[in-house]
Design a binder for this molecule. Structure first.
Ligand code: LMR
Length: 394
């Protein structure tokens, strides 16, 4: 049976980590996979998470199953983080999932069951796993224009033009904040305009907000999704604790469904649980237990928010310094757009062969679509990276 299998494609992000690890050069910089690293190049366990872990070790006295939807208190906490203050709070349900990719798949499967002929519209470009997950769920995928390679900002007019063609059989996947891979975010007037299109033409927004807290702050980053939840009958949301709680390997996320009424979202949740049962049965608990411990304790919550804000501000500083170094070594303002981008990523505007050159010549690892992870930079790497980018740009 297996001899008929073709050689599989490797994942463009995950394969880079292995390449980087096996690169024997001393001078190398990993700007591939989206993880935050501090000035020492370490991805730390956040202070509040560490404290929660100590509490967990001391107080947890069983590992018995919890249930198909994971921890309900965690689910409610996730809903609050994303939707607090909206009118959707009494017509929403959520399940805990193995990371945001698990949430994407569960919601993809739910769409396939609820409305089999759905087309999911993705931004061009989008997170590399969006298309594979939606296609694996059996859904059709279409792209909407999003990023102007000229200005390195969102081409709002082109985006709205394309989204005006989406109708009742369509779901539009949006990035809540910190667009992956480009770093270019939709502004609030554009969120309002997309909401009006959804009202008029009947498509359903599906918002991936995996980077909440890394853009303009926890509350600011949720402004778009909250506006949609307030003004639309149906919205789907995926969220993650990989980045903002630094729980990457613990696979901690949630799938959230906003519906017309309690009955609809209860049924949607019931279907999600059946789908989960047939896929992985239950989500892993450890990460959700830590998040719940943090969010149930006012002191730990304050400690977590403070550190998340420090991380966010450090990213702003890294962008600023990288821009300044690029201005000085490249003697141009060609890369000034980096400072206007949000969150971990920026698309440099390099071709795939330029990204390979960057890697082969300088050991600077970015994704083939031109994405670099600003959160992977150490302050001591910035000049080296600026020189490398400047040389490749010519
Ligand atoms: C990324 O985009 O680098 C991260 O979200 C990691 C992943 O799962 O692809």
């Amino acid at each position: 049976m297996f001899s008929h299998l073709p050689t599989p494609h490797t994942d463009p992000i995950l394969s880079l980590s292995a390449l980087y690890r096996d690169d024997p050069r001393k001078e190398k910089v990993d700007l591939g996979i989206g993880v935050y690293r501090n000035s020492q190049g370490v991805t730390p366990i956040m202070r509040a998470v560490k404290a929660a872990q100590v509490q967990q070790t001391e107080t947890q006295d069983t590992k018995v199953y919890i249930g198909l939807s994971g921890r309900e208190e965690f689910n409610q906490n996730m809903v609050k983080l994303v939707l607090e203050g909206t009118s959707a709070m009494d017509r929403v349900s959520a399940i805990q999932t193995p990371g945001a990719s698990g949430a994407l798949r569960m919601l993809g499967d739910l769409i396939k069951v609820a409305q089999p002929d759905t087309t999911v519209w993705l931004s061009n470009p989008s997170y590399v796993n969006h298309r594979p997950v939606m296609e694996a769920a059996g859904l059709k995928v279409r792209l909407y224009r999003y990023f102007s390679t000229e200005t390195k900002q969102v081409d709002t007019a082109a985006m709205l033009d394309d989204l005006a063609k989406a109708g009742p059989n369509d779901v539009v996947l949006l990035h809540g904040c910190c667009h992956n891979p480009t770093g270019a975010d939709i502004d609030f007037p554009a969120w309002k305009a997309i909401t009006e299109l959804a009202q008029k033409n009947g498509f359903i927004p599906f918002i991936d907000i995996a980077y909440q807290g890394f853009g303009d702050g926890l509350e600011e980053d949720a402004k778009g999704v909250r506006h949609m939840a307030d003004n639309l009958d149906e919205v789907m949301i995926t969220t993650s604790c990989s980045k903002n709680f630094g729980l990457y390997r613990e696979r901690t996320g949630a799938a959230i469904v906003v519906g017309k009424n309690t009955k609809d979202v209860t049924n949607a949740k019931g279907k999600l649980l059946q789908l989960a049962r047939a896929t992985y049965t239950m989500p892993p608990d450890h990460g959700a237990a830590l998040v719940q411990t943090v969010l149930d304790d006012a002191n730990l919550t304050a400690m977590w928010k403070e550190e998340l804000n420090e991380m966010r501000m450090r990213l702003v500083g890294l962008r600023h310094t990288l821009c300044a170094e690029l201005r000085s070594v490249h003697k141009s303002q060609q890369f000034d757009f980096i400072e206007s981008h949000k969150g971990m990523f920026t698309v440099l505007g390099f071709s795939e062969s330029q990204m390979i050159q960057l890697r082969e010549q300088f050991g600077v690892y970015g994704v083939g679509d031109g994405r670099i992870n600003i959160a992977g930079l150490k302050e001591s790497d910035i000049l080296y990276v600026a020189n490398a980018i400047s040389t490749i740009a010519g």
